[in-house]
Design a protein around this ligand. Sequence first.
Ligand code: FES
Length: 76
Amino acid sequence: MITIFIDGSEYEVNEDATLGHVLHEVKSARFGSSYRGLFCGMGICFECVVKVDDDLYKRSCMTKVYPGMQVNTNSL
Ligand code: FES
């Protein structure tokens, strides 16, 4: 297990998970105020984009989690 931060809250997650999977579990796949979320799950639709560290447009379904990851789901 590793620790990541989503919208300022700390979560212990499986180190083999994608960020999209984690967000689906903890945020019910709702990102931001527009209720975006996982759609295709394979990097095509960009509905799962969130801010990760300094990267404003990270597709969460294509991104593996790593220790200390800072995620902002309200950046768009
Ligand atoms: S869910 Fe479509 S790009 Fe991530």
